[in-house]
Design a protein around this ligand. Sequence first.
Ligand SMILES: *Cc1c(COP(=O)(O)O)cnc(C)c1O
Length: 374
Amino acid sequence: MTTAGPTGRVQRVHNFSAGPATLPLPVLRTMRDELLDYRGSGLSVMEMSHRSSMFADIADRAEQDLRSLLAIPDDYTVLFVQGGASLQFTMTVLNLAGEGGTVAVADSGYWSGKAVNAADRLTPSVRVCSARLDERGHRSLPPVADWDVPADAAYLHVCDNETIDGISLGDATLAAIEQRHPHLPIVADFSSSILSRPVDVSRYALIYAGAQKNIGPAGLTLVIASPEAIARSRSAGDLPGVLSYAAMHDAGSMLNTPPTFAWYAAGLVFRWLHEQGGLGPMHRRNLAQAERVYAAIDAMSGLHNGIAVAHRSIMNVPFRFEDESRTAAFLASATEAGLVGLRGHKSVGGCRASLYNALPDEAVDALLDHLRHA
Ligand SMILES: *Cc1c(COP(=O)(O)O)cnc(C)c1O
């Protein structure tokens, strides 16, 4: 894709990276246009005090746009913090597990495994289920009825979308958890699926998401916390402020300097999502893109995805050639054709196409075209 820039023609590729990931072109253009002089201020957003009224406006507008996109209940807190989703693996435990409380984790893949490991260092944790091959040889999650959830678990941690494995928890699984364990608070890692579809936020005690997949540049992490989560955090003993949801809530995410530029960029992405019609239309486009990619993979001999259909991710589609030796040639010719970021995570190999909100349909057209000629 070619686009005019102030320094001449700019060549853009189709970016399937799992994160940091592609951003909407209009958002990048706005950042470029406002980079040196933000709306007549004579400064870049990067150069502004986070305590200035100008940045306060940027921050507020971003939060309001996020709240309306996700219909976040008024009594939920939204935090814009640093440290990535990885810090949230630890912060959730510090704030929500209680003294020696047991953390239950649904182990749906790589990132859930990281959440278990982080929890284990601080408190007892239990894998209530693990992703495994079903009777048809597809990777899947066991039915919720078979999950071994301790009666005294402080909460259940789930990963809504396993970015590396390409496994989505799925709304049916969430509903089954709620039905069997109606009083169990649910804490969810939404790093790679936040804003990909409408979500009923009130079903969760706490949601977190690193920004660099489906929101904006790296360096920003969103936390959406219920009043109960903030109350638990308040009674969690004397945590350092930057590790305490309650302290961050009291300080309006400005206990220390927040990632101001990433917050601004996220705000532009939220605006862009509103301009796309919000999360309903976005979800339909994401579903349509994912369906096309899965259909192409399923139709091709020698290529497979391997995930049970009910748990296929609409954001990250891993695929492999039965003849592994074809992978390198495929990736090289893809790069040559302007399709980048298709290499699978180093822990699993193969290929992966990430289909985040900002990926245009033309990128999917190009990928399918390339697959047909692979
Ligand atoms: C990327 C990712 C993480 C890790 O995010 P960092 O910001 O690198 O800490 C955690 N969980 C999921 C689901 C992810 O996709």
